[in-house]
Design a protein around this ligand. Sequence first.
Ligand code: PEP
Ligand code: MG
Length: 663
Amino acid sequence: MSVCNDSGLSSQRTATPNVFLAIAVGFQGQRMAVRKFSGEMLAPGSAQGGLVFLETDFTLLAPWPSQTGGIEQELNRFEQHIDGLVDELTETIATLEAETAHTEAQILQTHLYLIKDRKFHQDVCREIRDNAMSAEAAIETVLRRIMVVFEQSGNSVIVERAADIRDILTRLSRRVDREHRTIIEMQEDEGAVILATRELLPSTVLDARHSRVVGFVVEQGTSLSHAAILAKSLGFPILRLDDLHCLQEFSGEETLLDATEGSLLIAPDVAEIAARSAYLSARRRIDRARLPVSLWINVADPSQVTPELLRTVAGIGLYRTEVLFMEQTDDFPTEEQQYRVYKSLFEMCRESCTVTVRTADIGGDKVLPYFPLGPQENPYLGVRANRIYREHPEILISQMRAILRAGLYSRNLRILYPMIGSREDLSFIRQLLGEAIRSLRARGDAFRGHFHQGIMIEVPSAAWSCSELLELVDFASVGTNDLLQYFFAVGRDDPHISPSYRTHEPVALLLLKRLADAAACASKPLSICGELASDPQLLPLLIGLGFEHLSVDIHSLPLVEEAALGLNVEECKRLAARCLNAGTSQDVRILLNDSGLVRKHPGARPPRPGQPVDPICHELVDPAGVGLAITRKGRRIHFCSAECRDEFYAREKSAHQNLTYTT
Ligand code: PEP
Ligand code: MG
């Protein structure tokens, strides 16, 4: 199976069945006329596979086993199930609390109370004793009885509680039948899968690597969530639709997911598949020397990197090492494990390029299953990166030892520290580096003594004191994902408030310009490694603001290259100057659109006659798409993204704005 990204890069993915598909459901219904859906790209690329929903609804796998070992054994099995469920729920509650999902955690807390309830235990034991039931059948019988009482209560609040019972039963059924289902999967299912799920979590993306999943369709999340960043990096396209229900009747159907275009096509015919392949293979190879900016790549997992890819970029601008930590299930990766992974990457880069290794940025939404950080009001403002190392310095010291030992195999090593907010933060990290070096010397281990040190500029205080901090380091990289989140006080993961995440706001551009100026003045290399750098539409602006190095997501690389081709730095500077003087982000968008420097749809197919145009960004939109179209005065208006649609609503509200649109 191959996962093609719009990059034209094609990554071979081995489809391994796993528990993912164990909870997949099929649903065949009436075929709808519409078979193309439009949505918002959260991660670029395209993939083809059968549409599978991650089930969140209740199904039972009864009949349960009959009582085989007698009453005592069934009573024991009942206790084991309850202990297992208690552990599972407690762990999930801790994770939810850590993610500040307090409401969800509280719901699970009520499940916990229920299964620990003394009356519930008495009733189950009675069923086992008096009616010779197996543990599972007795649990289900008692829970169903409670469920019926709830459902028939006539009180809407209590009726809702029946769902809690269904949830417990679903958990129980998964526990009992997990192994069986996986075996069925291995025997029967072979094909690639496009997974439809309401919300994508980083752990789901990581698990997907060892499954048949080749792409995602989701309802929640933004392109800045770590799940999306990981997916981008690992080559999984993600499309967000406003409502997944419209897809339900196509469960099991072959689908062509083109997240870059923002479309999902159900049951594509041969011609449609062939057109897609031709489009991908027609991508041009770009001569890097002709680009006005040096392009680096962001890496989440060294296995994504190939020598061929490395030959085409300036280097690795961001290696997110915390992903290695997130992949572990039981404990931190040992120094030895880390050493081996880093060494393999450094060896691959030795010939041609520089590697920028970021020390583990744990916390925020990057949770480690084996290292609960406890309940936090807001994890993004809580215990993250350096703050963890104040309590647990050994985590960073052992990582630094591994990096420096493996560094012997690299030609150009740069170490990047995340979430630095002050000189004090930096000197604390340097103290730990000193300890790592001392311990390596004491052990008599060989290590690399010469390397560059840099900081992420992603905390507003670091941006504010950029000039002073730059004096202390060799280079810096702007983490726009976090910087803008903290700058505008808007969560980077929340699609409901994403219009407030204002990438085009003149004040944000001014912030970036000041950083670029400070770096130029200090003669220190500065790059952007946040997702902004991977947006081809923003490229002329970033170049015009003075950025000479951009580190982009691997799968966005060809789009960014193509957008960069032929850009003139002086023209970009003039555009940036106009944008810096603009009043609003909307004015900036218009200036960008009118500049002639932004390629509408880089690499896209030519427009068809009568094809609608997004009235906000003027991109071509597929009229067959649904979900992002609205009707005004009998006319259908199509949008390329929810953001443009929201802009449209905003403008509509504003009496003095006049919209013109073409259909
Ligand atoms: C950023 O904040 O822009 C960044 C690159 O770091 P991360 O997305 O991993 O937090
Ligand atoms: Mg960050």
